[in-house]
Write a protein that binds this ligand. Structure first.
Ligand code: FES
Length: 85
């Protein structure tokens, strides 16, 4: 498990094993856009302000991986991710 913190709207939520960041945000009423939910379309692209992501998508270029994350599939290597949401 890890925590996602929302920089703009506030709030910090735990993401349990087996549940996506996107699903956790939805549970808390955040209206995050998505489409494929399998890491291929790019719709759920979200700014990553801090923390180390465990990228599991097929969308991001290597140079984007520091600053963006696809929240339908990707997870965290650090205890916390701060998202630009
Ligand atoms: Fe398609 Fe996340 S919803 S990449």
């Amino acid at each position: 498990p890890f925590t996602v913190k929302l920089a703009r709207t506030g709030g910090a939520f735990e993401v349990p094993v087996g549940k996506s960041i996107l699903a956790v945000l939805r549970d808390h009423g955040c209206n995050a856009a998505s489409s494929c939910e399998s890491g291929t379309c790019g719709t759920c692209r979200t700014g990553l302000l801090s923390g180390e992501a465990d990228h599991r998508d097929m969308v991001l270029m290597p140079e984007e991986m520091e600053s963006q994350i696809m929240i339908c599939v990707s997870r965290a290597r650090s205890a916390q991710l701060v998202l630009d949401l």
